[in-house]
Design a protein. Structure first.
Length: 114
């Protein structure tokens, strides 16, 4: 247990960027991560070795409320109908589509075959 405790001020979260060392032939080398403000320019050289580097573009991680359970509940038949849509489900045995939500369109239909 710490004898003295100080409250650490919370800093706004900064994005973590991935960089890679640029090899003499232009290919990518060692990769490393760096927490960096969006206002800062991208690094051009490795902070320790001085080798040239480039920023690696990656898909951003966005914390969202989209989970399989939330998606299922949003696509629930009552919600679909309330939004004014019609939903059909396919009977696995006959291949016939039956209306399960909404009031528009036929009660059921068979998809044409090619």
């Amino acid at each position: 247990m710490l004898a003295h405790s100080k409250e650490i001020p919370s800093l706004p979260p900064m994005p973590i960027y991935v960089y890679e060392v640029v090899q003499p032939d232009g290919s990518g080398g060692e990769r490393f991560e760096l927490a960096q403000s969006m206002k800062e320019d991208a690094l051009r050289v490795h902070p320790e070795s001085g080798q040239p580097v480039r920023r690696v573009l990656q898909i951003p991680h966005l914390s969202t409320k989209h989970t399989p359970g939330a998606t299922r509940s949003k696509l629930d038949n009552k919600n679909v109908e309330r939004a004014g849509f019609t939903k059909y489900e396919r009977d696995k045995l006959t291949g016939t589509y039956h209306r399960v939500a909404g009031h528009n369109g036929p009660e059921s239909f068979q998809r044409p075959t090619d």
